[in-house]
Write a protein that binds this ligand. Structure first.
Ligand code: GRF
Length: 214
């Protein structure tokens, strides 16, 4: 069993996609053992509780220093028995020591095709605003391992989404979630749980299941 700690900041639709995939038997050998939000009122916490998953808020504001916050996060995650940390719309920039403590065991979902529209400042609607501003015709989502940089870790899965002429950032955000994020996040977790992801020369190599389509 691969135990997951899912870190969230907002609505938690990606968390819901994981919960639903487990419920539907599409994601197997995986259990969510903890959901942690940095924001008190995050709806993601409600989603977790509704499904009987332990959910807590650990706010950086409650700590005098950043390293104290991350020490608490580290202890809570270690106590939960999680093997893999899933950043599902988690808007806190991780400290280097936190990333090192869980090296190769943190993944993130980003709403663009990395290396486009990623890095510092590219989060939430901003990503889609910039894609529309640049006039790209294809965008998408990426699941990647987290390293000390911002959106620089090895890419696990990507899925493309077409842009339409009358898209707004909000419309595009919703399409990217529906057509890409909610699909590739559970698939990436399944691949890791199955031992089908290995690192080679700084890149992630994923063995797909026979006939599997992204
Ligand atoms: C998603 O677009 C995700 O890619 C980004 O933040 C958003 C979170 O949405 N990192 P939700 O909280 O999962 O609904």
């Amino acid at each position: 069993m691969l135990n997951l700690a899912v870190l969230v900041s907002g609505g938690g639709t990606n968390l819901q996609a994981i919960i639903d995939a487990i419920g539907a038997g599409k994601l197997t050998g995986v259990k969510i053992v903890k959901v942690i939000s940095n924001k008190e009122g995050a709806y993601a916490l409600e989603r977790a509780k509704k499904h009987g998953i332990e959910a807590v808020c650990i706010s950086p504001k409650s700590f005098a220093a950043r390293d104290e916050y991350f020490r608490e996060m580290e202890d809570t995650i270690k106590d939960s028995g999680a093997d893999l940390i899933v950043l599902a719309g988690f808007l806190v920039v991780l400290s280097d020591s936190f990333v090192r403590a869980f090296e190769g065991r943190i993944i993130n979902i980003h709403p663009s095709l990395i290396p486009s529209f990623c890095g510092d400042g590219f989060y939430g609607l901003k990503v889609h605003e910039e894609a529309l501003k640049r006039g790209v015709k294809v965008t998408g989502a990426t699941v990647h391992f987290v390293d000390e940089g911002t959106d620089t870790g090895p890419i696990i899965l990507q899925k493309a989404v077409y842009i339409e002429n009358d898209d707004t950032p909000e419309i595009l955000q919703k399409r990217v979630m529906e057509q890409a994020e909610w699909i590739i996040l559970p698939k990436a977790i399944q691949a890791i749980a199955d031992g089908r992801v290995r690192l080679e020369n700084g890149r992630a190599v994923v063995e797909m299941c026979k006939g599997e389509k992204i």
